[in-house]
Design a protein around this ligand. Sequence first.
Ligand SMILES: NC(=O)c1ccc[n+]([C@@H]2O[C@H](COP(=O)([O-])OP(=O)(O)OC[C@H]3O[C@@H](n4cnc5c(N)ncnc54)[C@H](OP(=O)(O)O)[C@@H]3O)[C@@H](O)[C@H]2O)c1
Length: 299
Amino acid sequence: MRFGLFGTGPWAHLTHAPGLAAHPDVELVGVWGRNPDKAAALADEYGARAYPTVDGLIADVDAVAVALPPDVQAPIALAAARAGRHLLLDKPVAFTEAEADEIAAAVADGHLASTVFFTRRFIPEIQEFIEQARRTDGWVEARVDHVGSIYEEGNPFGASPWRRESGGLWDVGPHAVALVLPVLGPVAEVTAMTGPRDMTHLLLRHASEAISTLTLSVGAPPAAARQEAVFAGKAGVVTVPVTRWEPVEPFGRMVDELIAAAGGGPRPQLDVRFGAEVTAVLAAAEEAATTGRTVRLAR
Ligand SMILES: NC(=O)c1ccc[n+]([C@@H]2O[C@H](COP(=O)([O-])OP(=O)(O)OC[C@H]3O[C@@H](n4cnc5c(N)ncnc54)[C@H](OP(=O)(O)O)[C@@H]3O)[C@@H](O)[C@H]2O)c1
């Protein structure tokens, strides 16, 4: 599959570019970034070409991989899908439900393949945990704490303006929502409150009646940073496995799924339609935190 990479920031360097270059069935054709020097440097590193325009790179490839802020990713993803290109997106798909749904509709109309990089969901131990939890009845609750501390010196993600503005809700929230949705089912209602240091607390009532509690931040004091997730119910209290964070491996598994789907194989579970469902929950949480009201989801 011939890929174009959009983005030249930390995540493109750490994961997308090496992940695409390492995949035996991928040709990394070109790189686009708003800064031509950065695009040229990243393209050179991988023997690809820097493209001066978004449309030029879309025209030359079968699929796009996007490592850009959500509001920059969304229009590029839509243009690529409308041009018939498969989509490998990063989380969150977009900041608004309408934009995410529009991309999902373009993918469906074009009979295209799509995946969204909910990193942990492509790690085998976590995939096995989720499959087992799906087959288990009687969950009544889940708790996910995804609390980071990215504004410490040397952290590559702390310089990103949208993370400072939109915080942990939109940065790590997608990972937390993507863990609870497959086990507890669709979300019916959301309430949320924000505290100091970007601490955002969400209560999600799932259609199954189970409730999940998500604690999200990227600006917590370093000593308070943690990643923990448990489900509780008739089966007891079970903890989601803690795994190594080596994103290039799960990225490769996501590329496998995209290529298989493009060739007529199964639709990836973590496709843009799922990504739009996650965006809908996060947008509802933002509204709930801002207004102080419980927000119902109409999906
Ligand atoms: N799946 C995961 O576990 C995971 C982990 C990390 C990141 N991500 C996702 O990957 C994406 C990229 O993250 P990142 O860490 O690299 O930081 P980022 O701040 O989201 O993206 C940086 C890149 O976006 C470019 N950019 C910023 N504003 C732009 C604009 N208005 N128009 C065009 N380009 C713009 C920057 O260009 P300049 O260099 O010219 O400023 C740089 O190339 C995000 O969506 C993030 O959520 C996912």
